[in-house]
Write a protein that binds this ligand. Sequence first.
Ligand SMILES: [Fe+2]
Length: 249
Amino acid sequence: MPPREPFPELDELVASMGEAGARISEIDASEAGAGNISLYLGWDLELRHRFPQREEVELPLPAPSLAGHTVLVTGSGRRRRQIAGDPLAVPHLLPPVPAHPSTVAGFAGLARALAADRAGWAPLVRYDATTRWYHRLRTGPGYEVWLLSWVPGQGSGPHDHGPSSGVLTVLDGELTERSPSGVRALGAGAQRVFAPGYAHEVVNDALEPAVSLHVYFPGLTEMPMRPPHALACTPAHRDAPSLRTSSLG
Ligand SMILES: [Fe+2]
């Protein structure tokens, strides 16, 4: 089924490639030979924050239908189980299973595991109509996990996350995310992965309270607010003016 707008961001796609590699490995479908995972994208995508180097290569066969589009391919000649966890890494040996995540896919997996543990987070949630409520759920080497609640009408305001990458997972209710790439309705279970400098605004436009889980790596040290027009244009720029630092979102 083709994806519908707004399309996924690069980091979400990379995380999904890692998940695909992990799943292939889990079900023991990785054969003895080497292989890779390829992803064809029929829409424009900002690649430079993950792939700053450019080099022209000649394809072994003409592929006119790919012209102007993007194909993401994990390292050639790698066994699929090596792709598990981090399609950006090129390990020489299979890494040990980490006690803490250290990859985008690993942090997305941690968020899903914590989200599934409803008994672990639900009793902690508080709702505060006067100010945004947040609670630090966990810290680890190079990352933090926060639990946030949103009563109807509460929102973060437009902001970025400084040098931190992040994973936003909706646990309960529905949130609306506005970013330069569009407006997304995020229901329970929806997940967003973003890179440093990514700008967005998160709002509870629904009539019921919402709860979300946020993993930041490295831990959030600043959350510069952006002017409202920063979300109306194409890719937010890290040098856009900062107004102030606000609460989490
Ligand atoms: Fe945010």
